[in-house]
Design a protein around this ligand. Structure first.
Ligand SMILES: [Zn+2]
Length: 434
């Protein structure tokens, strides 16, 4: 079992942790009321003030906030401090509308790094590791976020960013990278490129861990990555609005620990806004407890997950969220049925003849939605006879139907046909929106 970065917090008894949360909740509500015109106005509209928040249960008296609030107050209208106190901006490009801008004080950056220091330590990384950060650097939070966290634990950072894949693999070998952080789809691309260079990750590199996120990925993909390369693949979570990448799975690989001294987590029914119990799927809502440039109160992330507050076998008392099913924004509605790209992925990755890359193409035939899943066949699968390809196509269609409850077309393509991505993979092409 790996060590702890800060055992006094990570193993803090549940009651103490809860009372710490309660204290911090009261302070942050008072703080935003005093410092942010946006929150003061929003609380007044909801008929609630700092004095109404006396205990944890009072949380539900507070109104939700959403991404649209950040857009409507673009660029810095939700900030609680003047820009002179802000030491960094990150900006996430919106596919629709204005981007969202997040500001950080020096202490906010410190808290963010502390969160990742705990996470990276929990998966066994430390001073003797070389961590290759292959997330984008810049306005996106992935690169700099991991960078600061990795430096904090004293690891050696190799800040490759995205792209130039062959060079990344050479450096991985020459400088002895032991852990890599990037999107899972980019890592799968890297493995492909490495093989073409005659480099086998398992035998020819020191890589032992991958920290993969920024796009939803399935347990089946984890199994593929681990079987192919011999590394341990961990899920990482966070979104730009609440800081960036913040939390990872612990070695139990049974949920992502959310540091409760920093964040208060709720899971709600997205339709009614009511909290749902542990074990029930709903939308994640976070309240930042010690972030000061842009604190967020009951912020609806849009990601669907399940909360588990039971103690974890790793000894940490902080609650876990289960693997993200997807964003409510990513959910496709096909002929009235909800489909998450991650469901399609989990079906495909169970079929050995199917390659690692796929796309979902949605369109219309007359009034009807049609969905086609375009998948690469593995080199091995492709050399087979036409008859075998036909039966593979039928097999994929049948498995998809049994999980999704709708029929999808299946298009098998040669290995290497689907465009590879360096960052977030474009899995869905929805032609209905055009
Ligand atoms: Zn754990």
């Amino acid at each position: 079992m790996s060590g702890y970065w800060d055992p006094s917090i990570e193993r803090m008894p549940f009651d103490e942790l809860r009372s710490l949360q309660e204290d911090r909740l009261k302070s942050i509500v008072r703080y935003v009321y005093d410092h942010s015109n946006f929150y003061r106005q929003r609380f007044k509209e909801a008929g609630v003030g700092p004095d109404d928040i006396k205990q944890m249960d009072d949380l539900t008296k507070l109104p939700f906030t959403r991404k649209v609030d950040l857009r409507n107050t673009y660029p810095t209208g939700m900030f609680s401090l003047p820009v002179s106190r802000v030491v960094r901006y990150h900006v996430s490009s919106g596919t629709t509308g204005k981007p969202t801008v997040v500001g950080y004080t020096k202490d906010d950056i410190e808290t963010w790094s502390e969160s990742l220091a705990r996470a990276l330590t929990s998966i066994g990384l430390g001073r003797s590791d070389v961590i290759q950060v292959s997330y984008g650097y810049g306005l996106f939070t992935g690169g700099l976020g991991l960078h600061y966290g990795a430096e904090k634990i004293g690891a050696t950072v190799l800040p490759t960013g995205v792209g130039n894949t062959e060079r990344q693999i050479e450096l991985m070998q020459d400088l002895g990278t032991t852990a890599i952080a990037c999107t899972p789809s980019y890592f799968m691309h890297m493995v492909e490129v490495a093989e073409k260079m005659g480099v086998r990750i398992r035998n020819d590199t020191k890589l032992k861990a991958g920290i993969f996120g920024a796009e939803p990925w399935s347990l089946e993909t984890r199994k593929r990555i681990e079987d192919a390369t011999g590394i341990n693949a961990y899920d990482i979570y966070g979104t730009s609005e609440i800081s960036g990448p913040l939390f990872t799975e612990c070695p139990q690989k049974n949920g992502i620990h959310i540091w409760a001294d920093m964040f208060l987590t709720e899971v709600i029914d997205p339709k009614t806004g009511e909290q749902v119990g542990d074990g029930e799927t709903g939308e994640l809502v976070f309240t930042t407890l010690n972030k000061f440039a842009l604190p967020l109160i009951r912020y609806r992330i849009g990601d669907l997950s399940v909360l588990d507050s039971e103690p974890c076998e790793c000894g940490r008392t902080h609650p876990r969220i289960m693997r993200i099913l997807g964003r409510t924004d990513d959910m496709l509605i096909i002929r009235g049925i909800n489909v998450f790209p991650s469901q399609v992925e989990s079906v495909l990755m169970k079929i050995p003849e199917v390659g690692d890359h796929y796309q979902i193409v949605v369109g219309r035939e007359g009034p009807l939605d049609v969905m086609t899943v375009r998948v690469e066949v593995t080199e091995k699968g492709f050399s087979d006879k036409i008859g075998d390809l036909m039966s593979l196509k039928k097999k994929v269609a049948k498995e998809l139907k049994s999980v999704l409850n709708i029929s999808a077309g299946v298009e098998l393509v040669e290995p290497g046909t689907i465009p590879r991505s360096m960052g977030k993979a474009q899995r869905v092409i929805d032609n209905r929106k055009v």
